[in-house]
Write a protein that binds this ligand. Structure first.
Ligand code: TXA
Ligand code: MG
Length: 345
């Protein structure tokens, strides 16, 4: 299969291109599309065949469920057993936006799409071209992030092409995505709402709408093994080079990383911040941005991890990120990319 790439302009959407992309999905094909978080690898959410094709293109284990993307709240009714009352408040507050909710699925959703589960993950992305595309595709687009399984999520169309060339019909190139890390996932099927994956919609923001929200402490714990929630058991977001996070006091972290690099015979990269980048001596030093600008850090993280790969960097040492808000989501992704390998600075 030849993969075609078409540039799109979110502010001036060409309806013909959107129509074509929508038709590909209706005919059982695959389209990579931009969202406000990362690029998605889209297929028809309501057919088993499309789900199978997505798993194959991504090289993803088929027990790891897909997110169904919608463009209208109304369309959600068909996907779920019941619309709980809080879904209207969540949608009002956060949709379109980087929030995915999990509910009991209806019979319309094939089990292939949900990785065999009786629940379905649903989100409405905050991206005009994505919304137009979902509508043109019939309203229900199943999409994981458009990377090969285990690699960093794509924030540029070129990242998706790198991983999926020849496996998808079309890539809609909308430039660098806005947020840069995947949506927050909140499970609404239990007694209390539970965050399964932190993202740009934070626990505090959710609690204003839902009351108490639980978050698996292991999502951020540096000392335990990765959590065993569905889809969380696989190595994720990982560059080809071996990634280590170095945590602790900033001064000590710089010293420790420099020492590690100095004594290594491998090609070493450092994932630094604006404040520290000039103090490292390594084969490649990249700055995520200023520490207080968490948005910028989130937006650049996956891109920089892929750049280390291009440079054939064998070992990457990253500074660590605690903080509130987005900082937690950033740290969650870094921990997974590093396979939870944390060194104390
Ligand atoms: O921002 C995003 O959410 C991006 C864009 C493309 O929308 N999508 C994305 O999809 O990150 P993916 O497949 O890479 O991650 C979806 C996560 C997986 O960890 C999966 O296990 C979990 O959502 N998930 C999906 N359905 C689920 C379900 N029914 N129960 C529990 N977890 C579920
Ligand atoms: Mg993913």
């Amino acid at each position: 299969m030849e993969t075609e790439i078409i540039k799109i302009d979110e502010l001036n959407i060409d309806p013909q291109i959107i129509q074509r992309a929508g038709d590909i999905i209706k005919n059982g094909g695959l389209v990579v599309f931009p969202t406000e978080t990362v690029y998605g690898l889209g297929g028809n959410a309501l057919t088993q065949d499309s789900a199978e094709k997505i798993y194959k293109a991504k090289g993803r284990p088929s027990d790891n469920p897909l997110i169904v993307h919608i463009a209208e709240l109304e369309d959600m009714k068909k996907l779920v057993k019941e619309m709980p009352e809080e879904i209207y408040r969540l949608a009002e507050a956060f949709w379109p936006g980087p929030l995915t909710v999990i509910l009991e699925k209806s019979d319309l959703v094939p089990k292939k799409t949900t990785g065999g589960l009786n629940t379905v993950a649903i989100r409405m992305p905050d991206h005009d071209a994505a919304l137009a595309f979902i509508k043109a595709a019939g309203g229900y687009v199943a999409a994981p992030s458009a990377n090969s399984s285990g690699r960093p999520s794509p924030t540029l169309a070129s990242h998706a092409l790198e991983d999926l060339d020849g496996m998808v019909d079309l890539i809609l190139d909308g430039g660098l995505t806005g947020i840069g890390i995947e949506s927050t996932i909140v499970d609404l099927t239990g007694e209390k709402p539970t965050i399964l994956r932190p993202g740009a919609i934070t626990k505090d923001m959710l609690e204003k709408i839902l009351g108490e929200v639980q978050q698996d402490p292991d999502l951020l714990n540096q000392d335990t093994l990765p959590p065993k929630a569905p889809g969380m058991k696989y190595t994720h977001y990982a560059p080809k080079g071996e990634l280590f996070i170095v945590s602790g006091d900033s001064e000590k972290v710089v010293e420790h990383i420099n020492e590690l690099v100095h004594t290594s015979d491998k090609l070493c990269g450092v994932l630094a911040t604006e404040e520290t980048k000039d103090r490292y001596i390594a084969d490649s030093v990249k700055s995520l941005g200023a520490r207080r600008k968490e948005e910028e850090i989130a937006r650049r993280m996956y891109k920089l991890l892929r750049e280390f790969d291009e440079e054939k960097i064998e070992v990457i040492y990253s500074e660590s990120f605690e903080g509130s808000e987005l900082g937690q989501a950033i740290m969650n992704r870094l921990l997974k990319a590093a396979g939870h390998k944390v060194l104390k600075g």
